[in-house]
Design a protein around this ligand. Sequence first.
Ligand code: PLP
Length: 401
Amino acid sequence: MTEIFTGSFTQQEPIPEAGIEAALSVLRSGRLHRYNLTEGELGEAALLEQEFAAQMGAKYCLAVTSGGYALSTALRAAGVKPGEPVLTNAFTLAPVPGAIASIGAQPLFVEVNEALTIDLDDLAAKVERAGVLLLSHMRGHLCDMDQLMRICTDAGVIVIEDCAHTMGATWNGVPSGRHGVVGCYSCQTYKHVNSGEGGLLVTDDEEIAARAVILSGSYMLYDRHLAAPSAEVFERVKYDTPNISGRMDNLRAAILRPQLRVLDRQVSRWNDRYRVLEAGLRGTPGLRVIDRPEAEHFVGSSFQVLLPDWTADNVRAVLSRCAARGVELKWFGAPEPQGFTSRYDSWRYVASEPMPQTDRVLAGILDMRVPLTFSVEDCALVARIIRAEVSAVFQGCPAKT
Ligand SMILES: *Cc1c(COP(=O)(O)O)cnc(C)c1O
C-alpha cells in the first residue's frame, strides 16, 4: 500500500485562549494604539517589550510591525548610510537583502557552506570591506557564533542578527540574538510566535535603542516605554532621528505575550518532530542530513536535507513524486523564485559577485516547514515518504550521484 500524507504544511496552531481573551479585552477597550493609555495603564505593547527583554536577558526591547522592519530599523539605528556595503549571507530570504536595500545600502553576499551556515573563511576574506554584518540564521542553523564574533570584533564590524528562525535557540547557552549588537525577531504567522505580522528588536546599546524607538514613530512619547533607555539618551538623539512609522499595536502585543510564556515548551515540541524526521531520513542513499553541532540548541520549526550534486531533473523528480504523496518540499535550486524560496541571484537589484559554493549548496537543498499541527507520527510518515521517493530516484540513476 502506498502511504499518502494529508496534513497541511501551512496550518499553524490556534492562538492560545489566554491570547484570545487578552485580545478581546484590548478590542473592548478601543485603545489599540500603543500610546493610547489611561492614567496608570502600562499597555500591552510596553509590557510585551519588558517581558521579551527579560526573557532574552537584554536591557532594551522594541516591538514593531514586522521582522523586516526590525532589520531595517536596526541598520538605520546602527548608523548604516546609503551606498554603504553590508555583509550578509547569500542563503537567506528576501526581507534580509530587502532591509539593506530599503535604507539605500548595498548587500555584499558571503558564501554558505554545507552546514547551511555562513562560511566563516569567506566572511574572514570579506570582513574588511564593510562596517556591518547582517547575519541571517537562515532556517535556524547557527554557525560557530564564538568564531564569528571573533572575526567581526577583530575587524571592528558590528553584527546585527536576523533571528526570524532562531527565536528560542541558543549557542553555547547564549540566546540567539544576544551575540551581536542587535537581535531582530519576526512574529509573522510562520515563525515561532504568531501575531499575523510583527517584529521585536533587542539590544544593550542605549543609543541604538533610543534611535530605534524614535524611528518606529514614538512622537516623543518614549516615556511610555518600559524597556527603553532613560530620557537623557533620547535627548541626545531625538532631533536628528526621523519618524519612520512602524509601531506595534496593543492588539498584536496582547496575542503575543501568552505565546512567549510557552516558547520553551513549543521549542521542545518542534524538536521532538525534528528528531523523528532526522532519524527517519538518516542513511537514505544519496541524501545527507545536516549534522547539528553540540553547542547549538536549535528550534526545529523547519527541516532541510541535501541531495548533494544531484542533477536538477532528478531533484525535480523527487519533488513531484513527494508532492504526489502529499509531501510539499521546497527547493532552493530552482532558477525562478517560488513562494518563500527566492535565492540571491533573483534579487537583481544587488550586483552580486559569483557565489560558486553557494550555488552548489542551494542546488541540493530540500526544505520543509514543520508546523506544530503535525504529530510525531505525521513526521515519521513524511520521513518514510521522502526516504522512499529519494531512494527510488537515486536507484533509478546510479550513474549520477
Ligand atoms: C520571515 C523572515 C524575515 C522577516 O520577517 P517579516 O516579519 O516577514 O518581515 C527575515 N528573515 C528571514 C530569514 C525570514 O524568514
